[in-house]
Structure formats: C-alpha cells, structure tokens
Design a binder for this molecule. Structure first.
Ligand code: ARG
Length: 587
C-alpha cells in the first residue's frame, strides 16, 4: 500500500501544480501542532521565494482546490502560509481496512537483495559478557527488519577463533594436563573425541591464563609460540583447538538461543586464513600495498578527510596477519560465496576507524565491487548507573547468563506477587518479559549512543519500556478473549469510521506502520520502531480508557472496535518480532 503521508502529499502536490506552482512544494508532514490539525504543508512559504508573492496567497490558491476534497475533513490556510489539514474519518477507516486485510499490514516487499549482517562477534573461549549483548540485539533486529521487507539475509557471527586466546589456553592446559596426547609431538594416533575440559573449566582457564601472561613474560612467550604453532598447523594443537571451539560454540548457541538470536553462518576468523597468503601476494603484485618500517600497508587517506586516516596495515614486519587482514579475507570469501549487495557490520563504535580502513582498502584493491554497500553500525557502551561500563555488584565482568537470570528472577517475583499463576506459566512469562526489558531497553536508544542499563527502569510496566509494550498487547489479547467468551467468534469484518478523537488518533498511528518499517531499515535504526510502538501503545491505552468495548450494546460498533484492536495487536506483534522478542498471553 502507498504510504498514508504520501497519499496526502499527492493531493496537495496536484493542487500546487494545478494552481501553477511546482508540485514539489506540496509535501505534507505530520502536524507538529496536533492541537490545531493532523497534517500540515509548509510548502507555500518556500514557494513564495520562488514566485515572489505572499505565502498566504499561494496557500489560498491551493486551498481553493483542496477544500472540497473528500479525503480532508478540514483544510485551512493560516498565516503566514501554512496549510492545515484534518483527514476524513471514512477515508482513514478505508486505509485501516486495507491494512487489516493485507498480509503485510500495508507494508510492501522491496526488490529482494542479498544482505549480510556481521554481528555477535564473540571470541571463542572467553565468556559471553554484556559487551557482546548490544551487537547481538541490534544486529538481530536489523536482520529481521530487512527480512520482513523481503530481502535474503545471512547473519554471520564472525567468531574470534584464531587469536592469542587460543595459545593462552593451550599453554595453560599444557601445564595442568601435560600427559594429554595433544602435547606429545610423537603421537600419531587418533585424538580422543571428548574434550579434555568442560565449558566451566574453559571459562576459568582463559582468564587465569590471560592474568598470568600479563605478569610472567616467559609464560606469555610460550603462549605466543603456541599460537604460532597452532596457526602453522601443529596437529595436536589443531585437535585441541577444535575441542575449544566445539565446547565454546555449543555454549554460545545456548546463550544466543535464550536471547532469540540466531545466525545463518557460524564462520570464524580461522575460516579465511588459507586465503590470506594469496591475497597478500595480490596486494604486492598490484602495487596497492607498500612497505613501511617492514610492514605491508595500504594508504587509504582521501583528500576530503577532515582527520588523519592512517594506512591500513595488512601484514606485520614479522609476517603475521592482523585483524584487518582477516576482515579483508572475509570480504573476499563473502563475495565469492554469497555475492551480497550489502554488508552491515554491527560492532562497537570504537572500531569505526578499523572498518573505515578495511572498507577503503577493499574498494581500492577491488576485493568488493563499486556497487556493494558497506555499512558500519557502531554502537556505544552499555553503562551501569554509575556511568561506567556495566559490571556485576562485585565489580566483575557481568556474564550474559547471570544478567538474564537476574532480570528473569525479578520479573518472576513481580508476576507472582500480583496474582496466582501456576509456576510454569509464571516462569515462561518472566522469561518473555525479561527479554523485552533487556532488548527494548537497548534498542530504544539510538545505537551509537552510550546508555545506562537501569534494571529498575527497564523492568517497569509503565513508561517507555519493553514490559509496557507487552502489557499493552496482553491487554488487547484479554479483551479479544473476553469478546470471544461473552459475545462470539471474531471474524474479519470492517473497522468503522472513528467515533471519537481517541479512536481517530489510534487509527492515525496505525497508518504509520509501513513508513516506520521502511525508514528503520533504510537508516538501520531500530530505535525508530521502538518509539513508534511506544506512541502506538499510548494511543491505544488512551482509546481503551475512553471506550467501554465489552459492554457496548451496538454490536456493529463493537465489532468495528474488535477489528481495530485486532489490527493494533498485529502491528504491535509484528514490530516486537522485528525487535526480537514476543508477548505472553497473560502478565
Ligand atoms: N571479535 C571482535 C571483537 O570482539 C568483533 C568482530 C566484529 N566483526 C568483524 N568482522 N570484525 O572485538
């Protein structure tokens, strides 16, 4: 369906044109004075400059042509040249009925493109902590938004599975369990299929090893050597490394599942190591890279840069590949295997320079075609109430699992204190509400901003929170249920023209759905969906407080409201599904 605002603009643009003015001046906007009108057009002011006459004259000319237009219930020209408009309620209800009967609620599928989202980005063997939370939450939502619009999506977790952390673990294990066959270079048999550690051991081993390496130089050198040997292909180390990945990945999967985050591709940095040597040769042969202090670098600064952009280092003087090298090789691999038209990276904004260098290098070297869109969505830090990066009460790094658990517990208490529900249902509801609190708390902020993770605020059932949105959906579900029990089955019928201002305001909010879903994807800005559903929930709750739905005796009127509720529910549920959470039946 065409966007509601565009339909209004079209009428105005036609009127501008017929009156002898450029049609571009006819664009309508949502009124910023809802007390005066629902929509407005300020084009007469701009047109006045071009046509050198008073804006009110232009507004008056246009008004002559639109004042009898049946889609407007009110149209006025107001000094100095505003055109103020209200929408006819029959027209509005026709649009709502169109939405209600459309599978995509008035949203249109776009020309399908292949899009990759690089998000999550956890590092194998290090516990998943809240720092990884934002990437997972934002990336998942962007992916779902794009998919809803009809694109083909590949979410790639891009595991950090090739770095020093691997060498550290191998080094620590070699001290703890020196008798394992992995350390015996003369061993030629099959290595055990079971890992020689559990996930909890692994999560303890890494921080211990990392701590030791900072104090003990010999230890650190041994870990570095182990990393090198692993990368060079030492058989026992490779086998051990596979165990580390397997144990870690199955734990990651469990955690991401709890977050309703899933990846199509579980590729890692290690998967592209084989193509690095060839790529480096190409860089050398084409002359795009040059030597600088023994390292191989690519100049990426451009004349229009306002700050210094250092060269991208693709090989260190000791021959080692770097973070950027791996990202370039990954791009090569993605082009070859998926040929995407757009790749979106959802990573901490502190890595912005890295991605700028990588993108420029990739284009310069022709690793990616001109037409490929490369987007970097850099997010800010999740802080605690003290304004510092979020920590546990004891000051340690908060594990994702503990965070989820704590909030679930809080929700569980809240739910069971209100009324008596059976334990299993309360647990399930607590999980859903907790997830909405965390995700909405994150997504409702512009991604690039730091934000304060305020458990108390995020879990509140009132205000701009996930639980408030769920509460609204639950309220609608309960009215619909009651209707089914007391009046009858719900069948698809028509939404009637609004009978009061609250009902109309709700209808006008609903009409924005398609434009919100498109622009949130266009701008890679899920917070736009959050603010939309907050406004929509408010509009619904105002309407609800003014309207006695179940006790209404006029069945026709009542059935129209039931349809309006059904549509509101569908819009809200679609939006939260894109954000990555869902609503319980009761709360
Ligand atoms: N593993 C990285 C980190 O923890 C994030 C990976 C982001 N994605 C990428 N293609 N570099 O910082």
């Amino acid at each position: 369906m065409k966007k509601f605002l565009d339909l209004i603009s079209e009428e105005l643009m036609n009127a501008f044109e017929k009156s002898g003015y450029n049609r571009k001046y006819g664009k309508a906007t949502i009124s910023n004075r809802p007390d005066l009108c629902e929509f407005q057009c300020n084009g007469a002011m701009a047109a006045a400059k071009e046509y050198k006459c008073a804006p009110i004259k232009i507004a008056g000319d246009v008004l002559e042509l639109i004042k009898d237009n049946p889609i407007f219930s009110k149209a006025e020209a107001v000094n100095p040249g505003f055109i103020n408009i209200d929408i006819d309620k029959e027209y509005l209800s026709r649009y709502l009925n169109g939405m209600n009967k459309d599978e995509m609620l008035g949203c249109e599928k776009q020309k399908p493109r292949t899009i990759m989202v690089d998000y999550g980005g956890p590092n194998v063997a290090k516990p998943l902590h809240v720092g990884h939370l934002r990437s997972a939450i934002i990336g998942e939502s962007i992916k779902r938004n794009a998919r809803y619009l009809g694109h083909t999506l590949y979410g790639d977790i891009h595991l950090g599975d090739w770095g020093l952390q691997m060498g550290l673990i191998i080094q620590e294990l070699s001290l703890r369990k020196p008798d394992l066959p992995y350390f015996d270079e003369s061993f030629t048999g099959d290595y055990p299929t079971d890992a020689p550690f559990t996930i909890s051991e692994l999560e303890e081993i890494y921080p211990t090893a990392s701590g030791k390496s900072k104090e003990d130089e010999a230890y650190r050198n041994a870990a570095l050597a182990a990393t090198k040997e692993l990368q060079a292909g030492r058989r026992g180390y490779r086998a051990l490394w596979k165990h580390i990945i397997n144990v870690s990945v199955s734990d990651l999967k469990k955690n991401y599942e709890k977050l309703h985050v899933s990846f199509e591709l579980w590729n890692g940095e290690s998967d592209v190591q084989d193509i690095i040597p060839g790529m480096i040769d190409e860089f050398k042969a084409s002359g795009i890279a040059h030597e600088s202090d023994g390292a191989l670098v690519v100049d990426v600064k451009e004349d229009t840069d306002t700050k210094e952009i250092p060269p991208c280092i693709i090989q260190k003087s000791d021959g080692a590949a770097l973070y950027a090298t791996t990202d370039l090789a990954t791009l090569k691999d993605r082009m070859k295997n998926y040929n995407p038209e757009k790749i979106i990276y959802v990573v901490d904004k502190r890595q912005e320079l890295h991605f700028l260098q990588v993108f420029r290098t990739a284009r310069k070297a022709g690793i990616v075609p001109e037409a490929l869109e490369l987007n970097f969505v850099g997010f800010g830090t999740m802080n605690g109430k003290d304004g510092k990066p979020f920590k546990t009460r004891e000051g340690g790094v908060m594990r994702l699992e503990s965070l989820l658990g704590e909030i679930e517990e809080e929700m569980f208490k809240k739910i069971t204190s209100n009324h008596t529900v059976d334990e299993a249902e309360a647990r399930d509801t607590a999980r859903k509400v907790a997830l909405s609190a965390i995700k909405y708390g994150d997504l409702s902020n512009q991604a690039s901003k730091d934000y304060v993770f305020d458990v108390e605020r995020f879990t509140s059932f009132e205000g701009n929170t996930g639980p408030y949105i769920l509460y609204t959906i639950v309220r609608i579900k309960s009215i619909l249920n009651k209707y089914c029990q007391e009046v009858g089955e719900i069948s698809l019928s028509d939404i009637n023209p609004a009978s009061n201002e609250y009902e109309k305001a709700l209808g006008l909010e609903l009409c924005k759905f398609n434009s919100v879903i498109e622009s949130s994807f266009e701008e890679l800005a899920p917070h736009k969906i959050c603010s939309y559903i907050y406004d929509l929930s408010n509009a619904f709750n105002r309407f609800y407080h003014e309207t006695k739905i179940i006790s209404e005796e006029d069945r026709f009127k009542q059935a129209g409201w039931i349809m309006l509720l059904t549509l509101t529910k569908k819009v809200l549920e679609t939006c939260i599904d894109i954000l990555g959470f869902d609503a319980p039946d009761r709360m």
